[in-house]
Design a protein around this ligand. Structure first.
Ligand SMILES: *Cc1c(COP(=O)(O)O)cnc(C)c1O
Length: 361
């Protein structure tokens, strides 16, 4: 199957804008007459510094990052931040964690090694099918920060509001960053692995309020200390150069398409199409409850695990790829990131209707 015949619903790494891939291909061997690929140049060279500064400036503009906040381009994935955050911000004290899914649960478990974790919410009792209301959140007193995951990639739920807390907000935005406007000034720290909506795997973006740096536990590795990383402008060691370049290309494409506001309208329409179909059907069941549903990852199931498996197989034969749910959640999942056109969601909806007619009992 060729790229033209496929819609890729992978949860991450996931589809990237074709125009960004084509530009990378054009400049793969020779970046703008330098005689070198971006993969081959020194991260200390003026050419790379320009790419790096450009990517940061474009990200700052795309998200409206205020002057109080710095952008770091790091390695280690969102998962390394599960440890870096408590090491840097908890100072051995306590922090609040809202556990609404797979990754926030892992983040909380990691943080327990470095201080006292208090669960402001635990959604495990209903298989992480919903986001708590603001009234349900139980933030503790004197928390160093309040951590939550804005979009639960595995279970397909998403916060529709930003919690109001006395403690600084720390948010994992791996699977919905750059897909809608956010008021960055409300957050102490935002982090995201790039491979869902920004760039190839290997880059982690951290956006942090500069005033939060400088409180790291003494044994924090240098390469994880925010104050040290800020001082070195993310280049204490070699940054993920190629991924930063790809991010820059993806951000160009985002700006051409109308920025995060345009992405927010697109994701609403794409996901809305699928949720409407799920709600009308008595064959499919949506996992997430109304009001908590993600517009990045739509999770659902057919009447049986056998039909789920058949769905994945028959969809793939039609060029609709990677619809199997995460192993922790089972069922099916369609990930709809920025580079997924509306036509992709329409093609999936058409297939779902056909599949239902064919296999309804
Ligand atoms: C994918 C994902 C992660 C894990 O990211 P890595 O970059 O693989 O460490 C963490 N949080 C969320 C919300 C994710 O979607």
């Amino acid at each position: 199957m060729s790229r033209e015949q496929v819609y890729n619903f992978a949860a991450g790494p996931s589809v990237l804008p074709e125009s960004a891939l084509r530009e990378a291909q054009r400049e793969l061997l020779d970046y703008r007459g330098s005689g070198m690929s971006v993969m081959e140049m020194s991260h200390r060279s003026p050419a790379f510094q320009e790419i790096f500064d450009g990517a940061k400036a474009k990200l700052r503009a795309a998200l409206g990052v205020p002057a109080s906040h710095e952008i770091l381009f790091l390695q280690g994935g969102a998962t390394l931040q599960f440890a870096a955050i408590p090491m840097n911000l908890m100072a051995g004290g306590a922090a609040d964690y809202a556990v609404t899914g797979h990754f926030s649960k892992r983040a909380a478990a990691e943080a327990e090694k470095y201080g006292s974790v208090r669960l402001a919410f635990d959604g495990s009792g209903t298989r992480f099918d919903r986001i708590p209301s603001p009234e349900e959140l139980r933030p503790g007193a004197d928390a160093a920060y309040f951590h939550y995951c804005a979009n639960n990639t595995v279970y397909g739920t998403e916060w529709s509001y930003v919690p109001e807390t006395a403690a600084p907000l720390v948010c994992d935005m791996s699977s919905n960053i750059l897909s809608k406007p956010v008021d960055v000034s409300r957050f102490g720290l935002i982090y995201a692995g790039a491979q869902k909506n920004m760039a190839p795997a290997g880059l982690t973006v951290v956006i942090l309020d500069r005033s939060l740096a400088g409180r790291a536990l003494p044994y924090t590795p240098e390469v994880m200390r925010y104050d040290v990383l800020l001082e070195h402008d993310s280049m204490l060691n070699t940054p993920p150069c190629w991924c930063v370049w790809m991010l820059s290309l993806v951000l160009d494409r985002l700006a051409e398409q109308g920025g995060v506001e345009a992405m927010a309208a697109l994701r609403r329409e794409r996901a809305g199409l699928l949720y409407a179909l799920l709600d009308e059907s008595d064959f499919y069941t949506a996992h997430a409850r109304p009001g908590s549903r993600s517009e990045s990852n739509v999770t659902f199931r057919t009447p049986s695990p056998e039909l789920d498996a058949l769905f994945v197989k028959e969809a793939a034969a039609r060029g609709l790829l990677n619809l199997k749910g995460h192993k922790a959640a089972g069922g099916l999942r369609a990930s709809l990131y920025n580079a997924m056109p509306l036509e992709g969601a329409k093609a999936l909806a058409a297939f779902m209707k056909d599949f239902e007619v064919k296999h309804r009992v």
